[in-house]
Design a protein. Sequence first.
Length: 571
Amino acid sequence: MTPPNSPETPESAPRPSNFIREIIIDDVRTGKHNGRVITRFPPEPNGYLHIGHAKSICLNFGLAKEFGGATNLRFDDTNPEKEEQEYVDSIIANVQWLGFQWQDPIHYASDYFQQLYDWAIQLIRGGKAFVCDLNAEQMRQHRGTLTEPGTPSPFRDRSVEENLDLFARMKNGEFPDGARTLRAKIDMASPNLNMRDPVMYRILNAEHHRTGNTWCIYPMYDYAHGQSDSIEGITHSLCTLEFEDHRPLYDWFVQQLGIFAPRQIEFDRLNLTYTLLSKRKLLQLVQDGHVRGWDDPRMPTLAGIRRRGYTPEAMRNFCANIGISKTNGTIELGLLEHYVREDLNKRAPRYMAVLNPVKVVIENYPEGETEWLDAVNNPEDESAGTRKVPFSRVLYIEQDDFKEDPPRQFFRLSPGREVRLRWGFYITCQSVVKDDAGNIVELRCTYDPATRGGGAPDGRKVKATIHWVSAEQALDAEVRVYNTLFSKENPNEVEEGQDFLANINPNSLEVITGGKLEPALGTLKPFDGVQFERLGYFCVDPDSTPGKPVFNRTVALRDTWAKIEKRDKAK
């Protein structure tokens, strides 16, 4: 059987391969699971999804779709102390933003609490689980080390009847938190520490966001994971490498219960330079006020990168091209920015904005007059059309586009020099106006009306084109320029006595409040992405208000990764 969209399918486009895809191709070819491919994305609702989750989402949903299968969205909500409905809602929104749709309905591990409890009873009856009175510290002491076997719990040999009675009383709320646990009875001498009588249930008198106070015992993730996959008929359970040592435990549970056994396959997790992807540490950044929230554009959360202006298409392209392997590594942040820039270059309309303005007065242009010039919206997309840009006597240009005493190789505006205004006219600087402190506050220029549209009838050339904004119609704007949140490639690399917070970049955000924008930018909606010509790609922030837009810089125009790639190909 040829899987849908496989390399053997003539109409399919070439795509990067990976070892998981090869496994699925073989399973489909041999008729395993009757050719079915059912994957799942199982986040814990204890935080917002981040870029690392995007890799897993794209892998699970992408492979299932490619082979004509389906993907379940399942919340592994087994820890009510850390889980909130806010996180559930954000995860649902993020998966949809990335462009994927799960197989209905949405699943929850809490849907299976009764079944998991019944299976725990089955294991107790079979002598495979016992109630233990050791506390967490005592269990650690009994667990042993990588070179020494563990010591069996003194409660390991309780009778089936006593275990059933104690477990029922745990469920009924007769004991305080931490007083007892239910543990699997496996092998305290196993070289795999996960197999040394792991905890299956703990007492936790906490209200669950879905089940309320129905339960006061909750299954551990390692107990709920494999059985949840089994209940849903997951054929290919894809996990990151840190779960590889847990696979024997998942297999043990389903084997002892005699239920359908999904195949778990591990792959490398995504790591990025200058980026942390630990939910615990991201939560600390939020709670301690180092960022403005989970959707702060400096955060690597999907909510954060969306607010910053990253597109789902760019994220899918990035995830599709970084590959899948069995070895963890670190990806350069510049590669991710390359895919964002590449996507925005195709789709983002161009506008003019001046972030650090200096006033320009066109002395030979009539006062009180305005004309509207044609500007191309996106030279990469002819269908994007054109727009009208106002031109008048008073303009703004960037301060950096003028030098009173220009150095060599500076070709922009300076006294006596002529430059082209983007989509406009040639102008020449005639004089400079300064304040009492000697700061330049105004440039006096003239324009050549015959050069409308950017060309001179006499054929003369200029060496520079600069962007500008008509002062009369300009919008005042706040522009937020973001840099990396951390100053080190590996934020966890700290000196003794420090933690990752020592590597926070104090210059991760620059807020520019004096920006001037062309009026068409006032018609955009939150999350709309644009290119400010010569400045970079920007996105409308939800903080925008009528008449006072707020823009976030998504990424600069300079693509260092593309230059590196071009250099390497030339070698």
